[in-house]
Design a protein around this ligand. Structure first.
Ligand code: CP
Length: 311
């Protein structure tokens, strides 16, 4: 019997280690589906998914759309600019109208932390959080964990460094919850303004010196500076940031040979990561994107009441 009993996926902070492992195991089965000539199963046939993206996205939106199509669901995409949010309709009223159109699953990306949780308490449809402000990006955390697990065969005991703008990063938070629950040792790296010491209460180490992790990390996950969420200056300038925290060619050379270089995208080349790191042999950045399909199929299957075996 499945241990999954949730209609929504809002935050990895809410999930037990067993639930996380269930989603990762299910994703492994769906990865096999993606490697077949016909990449489609009937698991969500008859269900309707609405991709509702109020913030820009390339990877997550397309990945959810493709995942739903591969599960045989009907898919509609709407954005802030093409919806009546533009005319002053509230998020709740828009979502209730989507439900009145018989949507079974709503995938929501929103700039406000808590938006997905807000809808999950008011709608019968499954709500999947595709990133809410600086709160969480649960499917990104899952696909990052899946990619590490695929490469190392375990998460337990691995040294994972997350470098950059942690304060405003929903990706960092979802990674922290998943990795610590599954036994990895997480170190956050960045300027003290963007990586405050208070993060240690989440069971991670904090350092403001990238040299502390370069030679020991099994995984280094670079994050973009989220200028759109920062309303004041958090460091003197990009030049100084690159000097102190950028994964430059010289720093890539100091990483362990097997160290995985990760980035959730979108990358700012020459800022948090140089092309030597982004395109080199240690990079799994595009594999993360591919794994996003399997992970999102697993999440839609679990929350959307997927039927039948995966054949
Ligand atoms: N990683 C990620 O969320 O990318 P997008 O903003 O392109 O969806």
């Amino acid at each position: 019997m499945s241990i999954w009993n949730r209609k929504d996926l809002i935050a990895l902070a809410d999930l037990s280690a067993e639930e996380l492992l269930f989603l990762l195991e299910t994703a492994k089965a769906f990865k096999g589906v993606g490697e077949r000539e016909i990449k489609k199963v009937p698991a969500l046939r008859g269900k309707t998914l609405i991709n509702f993206f109020v913030e820009p996205s390339t990877r997550t939106r397309i990945s959810f759309e493709l995942s739903a199509l591969r599960l045989s669901a009907d898919v509609i995409n709407i954005s802030a600019t093409t919806s009546s949010l533009q005319k002053g309709e509230t998020l709740k009223d828009t979502a209730l109208n989507l439900e009145a159109l018989l949507a079974d699953i709503i995938v929501l990306r929103h700039s406000s932390a808590g938006a997905a949780h807000f809808l999950s308490e008011r709608l019968h449809a499954s709500i999947i959080n595709a990133g809410d402000g600086a709160h969480e990006h649960p499917t990104q955390g899952l696909l990052d964990g899946f990619t590490i697990l695929e490469k190392y065969g375990r998460l337990q005991g691995l040294e994972v460094a997350i470098v950059g703008d942690i304060l405003f990063s929903r990706v960092a938070r979802s990674n922290i919850y998943l990795l610590t629950k599954l036994g990895a040792k997480v170190t956050l790296v960045g300027p003290s303004t963007l990586v405050p010491q208070k993060f240690e209460t989440l069971g991670v180490r904090v350092t403001h010196h990238i040299d502390d992790i370069l030679e020991t990390a099994d995984v280094i996950n670079l994050l973009r500076i989220q200028h759109e969420r920062q309303h004041k200056e958090y460091f003197p300038g990009l030049g100084e940031y690159v000097t102190l925290f950028g994964l430059t060619k010289e720093r890539v050379a100091r990483l362990k040979p097997k160290c995985l270089i990760m980035h959730p995208g979108p990358m700012n080349r020459g800022v948090e990561i140089d092309s030597e790191g982004a395109d080199g042999a240690r990079s799994v950045i595009l594999e993360q994107v591919t794994n996003g399909l399997a992970v999102r199929m697993a999440v839609l299957y679990a929350c959307g009441g997927g039927k039948g075996i995966l054949t």
